[in-house]
Design a protein around this ligand. Structure first.
Ligand SMILES: Cc1ncc(COP(=O)(O)O)c(C=O)c1O
Length: 451
């Protein structure tokens, strides 16, 4: 039997090094909010495969739907022969994520592919080329998406990038001083001025924004900014695209983050938790915008594969049965309260932010927001991993710890994970007096019995 160490050596020998390897975990099985590695170590999962496992690992009904579909039909290519799961999934998406009176969908394989296609649809709908995106944005790693993505580490050496992409500062409430309405006014004004001195609005096809930035650090857009963006796009005939790849499917306490803001985009992009673990993504939009795409300009061999569609239909049904939107609010409130409680005694915790169960904490040296505690954050994440809690960072300085646990996590698991995280934050960046003296909680890492 190969150990984790063996597998990592084999990986290093044949897998290209550009593919990130954030931990040394070698997963064997998973269920609910737990992952078990090939050596039998258990990990409590606060990552969910980066926001993919909202419904939980190996939900029994999702697995059953996958098996049943595999027994019926694996592939025809939707261009060649129509099949029920594709149509049924689009009907379900239009029901839970309506975009006005008539909603249409396009299914693809990944978040990046959804973003690429949303931009192509917007360009066809407007006959324009330019796209406006934001600082700290993450939209994927294909070449157009890498252009839209902000952080240099994700794109260094990959250019030249796509032309006619214009980046505005993200309306960052935390860095902007905390007054959301004032920041919204200032940044909307900046956008209007950019239409005078950077790009003419009549050349702009689309504005694409994450309502809660994922990789960028769980920054939530001020509501007034979203409303203002809608007005500006309407005024100039610009397609407004919300990228909900990370924020979608119950993560924020709604099917989509946009449902918190009372603003409907023209197009939106979805992936990750939609498929319950299988690769599938969608562009959803107002029918008249979606239908601007000429036949043949969108699609692909595998997009909306029958098995992935069956998984997504079952995932959404399970999310409804389990009321994961409500559960996300409870999980989020718990996480927020626990992490906020660290702040009075731990100046290094400079912010706790997010929406629903998409919560992150930002760490800075001595509480100085201009000195990101990147190294300490790395040590905390590593210490958590050593104690059986899988958690990852976000942000351009990787000094934000983000929580994307499966929403089916039990109260006991959530409590256990948060206790480990709290202890390690205190141990590494606490002021000293309140840091626990090396005491471990219940050992979170244990051998799994072979039964
Ligand atoms: C907001 C957002 N958009 C797009 C993507 C790209 O998705 P994928 O990795 O499936 O291509 C991601 C991935 O993290 C994301 O968070």
């Amino acid at each position: 039997m190969s150990t984790a160490r063996d597998w990592l050596a084999r990986r290093d020998a044949v897998v290209c090094r550009g593919l990130p390897r954030v931990t040394d975990v070698v997963a064997a099985t998973a269920s609910g909010a737990m992952i078990v590695d090939v050596d039998g170590r258990e990990y409590l999962d606060f990552v969910g495969g980066i926001g993919v496992m909202n419904v939980g690992h190996r939900d029994p009904e999702v697995v059953a739907a996958i098996k049943a579909q595999a027994d019926r039909l694996l592939h025809t290519c939707i261009h060649i022969a129509t099949y029920a799961p594709y149509v049924e999934l689009c009907e379900t998406l239009a029901r839970v994520l309506p975009h006005g009176e008539h909603t249409k969908c396009l299914l693809l394989n990944s978040g990046a592919e959804a973003v690429e296609n949303a931009i192509k649809i917007a360009r066809q709908a407007t006959g324009r080329g330019a796209v406006i995106c934001f600082g700290e944005a993450f939209h994927g790693r294909t070449l157009l998406c890498a252009t839209l993505t902000s952080k240099i580490d994700y794109k260094r050496g990959c250019g030249p990038f796509a032309p006619d992409i214009h980046r505005m500062p993200f309306p960052d409430v935390f860095r902007g001083g905390g007054d959301a309405d004032a920041i919204a006014r200032r940044e909307l004004d900046r956008l209007r001025r950019a239409f005078r001195n950077t790009i003419a609005p009549e050349d702009v096809a689309a504005v694409i924004i994450e309502l809660v930035q994922g990789e960028g650090g769980f920054n939530v857009v001020p509501e007034a900014y979203v409303r203002g963006l809608r007005e500006i796009c309407d005024e100039h005939g610009i397609v407004l695209i919300f990228d909900e790849v990370q924020s979608g499917f119950a993560r924020t306490g709604n099917w989509g983050a946009y449902q918190h803001f009372g603003v409907i985009p023209d197009l939106s992009t979805w992936a990750k938790s939609m498929g319950g673990g299988l690769p599938i993504s969608a562009v959803i939009g107002r029918a008249e915008v979606m239908d601007a795409a000429r036949p043949g300009t969108v699609g692909g061999t595998y997009g909306g594969n029958p098995v992935s569609c069956a998984a997504a239909i079952a995932t959404i049904r399970r999310m409804e049965e389990l009321d994961l939107n409500a559960r996300a609010r409870v999980v989020g409130d718990t996480i927020r309260a626990r992490l906020e409680a660290l702040r009075p005694s731990t100046p290094a915790v400079v912010d706790v932010r997010g929406l629903g169960a998409m919560i992150g904490i930002e760490l800075a040296e001595d509480g100085d927001v201009n000195r990101p505690a990147t190294d300490a954050t790395k040590r905390i994440v590593k210490a958590c991993l050593d104690r059986g809690l899988l958690v990852i960072t976000a942000g351009i300085y990787a000094n934000i710890i983000r929580i994307l646990s499966p929403l089916v996590i039990t109260d006991e698991e959530l409590d256990r994970g948060l206790s480990i995280l709290e202890e390690e934050v205190l141990r590494h960046v606490g002021t000293g007096t309140q840091a626990p003296s090396g005491r471990h909680l219940q050992p979170a890492v244990g051998k799994v019995s072979s039964s």
